[in-house]
Ligand binder design. Sequence first.
Ligand code: SF4
Length: 219
Amino acid sequence: MEKDLKKRARQIIRILKKEYPGAKTALRFTNPIELLVATVLSAQCTDERVNRVTEELFKKYKTARDYAEVDLSELEEDIRPTGFYRNKARAIKEFCTELVKHYDGKVPASREELVKLPGIGRKTANLVLGEAFGIPGIVVDTHVLRLSHRIGLTRKKDPVKAEFELMDVVPKNQWTLFSNLLILHGRNICTAKKPNHKDCKILELCEEGSSWAKKAMGT
Ligand code: SF4
């Protein structure tokens, strides 16, 4: 069974790579601290809006120390359009304070260290590792979890448990790519509201899609 899953995962990656060439995060950043901040801001907010906010934000805040030392209320105003700005500002200030205290203001290139930072979970850690450091990680966001269930790559509902199962079926060097491909496919075709099975290039490799096709053909 697992062998079949591994094979399917590889085929899915091969097909989606052609659909979404150069798939990577839509968040704009030029260094790890910028990506860490942008990722926190992207919770419950579109990447487009985050990019609009960070365009100005990153001109004002260049280092972890800048975030650590600014007045909380000022940071709140600067990130307000991304929503949940009070919680986000507090989180950014807290983890930047930790970065200054323990890592000389640098973002550590290690999952174990990243998840020790306040407010940073495995999803954010894996995204930053994959995109900013080239260290593979599966980013189990809402799209990746939904598609993995529909396709049948995991049955786990808990994102961390799902991540560990996916780590077994997806080749390690493709963990980041796999996440980015599923995120794009989830936004474009396999949306939460209504999966567009008809136009899906991985229909034959997907459990939910195959059941739909059988019903549609009356078999
Ligand atoms: S076949 Fe349907 S459920 Fe499966 S990935 Fe495609 S759109 Fe989603």
